[in-house]
Design a protein around this ligand. Structure first.
Ligand SMILES: NC(=O)c1ccc[n+]([C@@H]2O[C@H](COP(=O)([O-])OP(=O)(O)OC[C@H]3O[C@@H](n4cnc5c(N)ncnc54)[C@H](OP(=O)(O)O)[C@@H]3O)[C@@H](O)[C@H]2O)c1
Length: 242
């Protein structure tokens, strides 16, 4: 059975991905502070007959990433599929954006994914098989007012993933980016009803996305059938970017 590591799997999109993959893979549930919620995800997977482990890490910290991978490799030997999902926002318009807000978002959303991917890929190269899936955002393609740091970090993931896909394609390793639009999670819980209606107005599919909409594509990208898809950016946004 293959091992999947989903970062940020204690809630939101990552949780949905972990639960979906829990039926077919061993799932490592990454979290940074929500231990109870991560443990609940693990229990849910186990109840359905799956194998799972919660691992605490801060992706922004190289040592923390190394410690998490050491633990995963002691338990399951290696990671076959890495879903780089964890991410944060610290929004502000550019004139008001503090250095810390810029640096924290870039360090977590972009550099953190460099740390996890670099660590995972060494064993994937050795095994001549692997899947890297990055959860970016449509704002990494189009930009967004008040999100220069977040959009830059998410655009950076596209360059990172495309470069990886070229480096390791010959080893049966694919690397792809999923770019979600508006998805109902804690991250978007600040959007009020009126703004939600304005968002839905811009969409072809007349509803806000669900974490399951993203999990379904992640699941497909993990399968053998997707082996010829690499270096791609797949928007899942109800038609927002068309
Ligand atoms: N929701 C949307 O509309 C939307 C749209 C486009 C893209 N995305 C992207 O999709 C991903 C998931 O979003 P979401 O809405 O599900 O987010 P969320 O509900 O805020 O959950 C974030 C997850 O990331 C973890 N995390 C945060 N900082 C971390 C760090 N430094 N190290 C390790 N884990 C960390 C959190 O762990 P704890 O629970 O322990 O804090 C949590 O599991 C993010 O990359 C986000 O940018 C979301």
């Amino acid at each position: 059975m293959k091992t999947v590591f989903v970062t940020g799997a204690s809630r939101g999109i990552g949780k949905s991905i972990a639960l979906k993959l829990g039926k077919d893979y061993r799932v490592v549930v990454g979290f940074t502070s929500s231990k109870d919620m991560a443990d609940e995800v693990v229990e849910e997977i186990k109840k359905l007959g799956g194998e799972s482990l919660a691992v605490q890490l801060n992706i922004a910290d190289r040592n923390s990433v190394d410690e998490a991978f050491n633990l995963i490799e002691e338990t399951y030997n290696h990671v076959d599929i890495l879903v780089n999902n964890a991410g944060i926002t610290k929004d502000n318009i550019l004139p008001r954006m503090k250095d810390d807000d810029w640096n924290d978002v870039i360090q977590t959303n972009l550099t953190g994914n460099f740390y996890t991917s670099q660590r995972a890929i060494k064993k994937m190269i050795k095994n001549k098989w692997g899947r890297l899936i990055f959860i970016s955002s449509v704002v990494g393609i189009s930009g967004n007012k008040g999100q220069a740091n977040y959009a830059a970090s998410k655009a950076g993931l596209i360059g990172l993933s495309k470069s990886i896909s070229k480096e390791v394609g010959s080893r049966n390793i694919t690397s792809n980016v999923i770019a979600p639009g508006y998805i109902e999670t804690d991250m978007t819980s600040f959007i009020d009803v009126e703004n939600k209606e304005n968002i839905i107005e811009q969409l072809s599919i007349k509803r806000i996305g669900t974490p399951e909409d993203i999990a379904n594509m992640v699941s497909f990208l993990c399968e053998e059938e997707s082996e010829y898809i690499t270096g791609q950016v797949i928007p899942i946004d109800g038609g927002l970017t068309t």
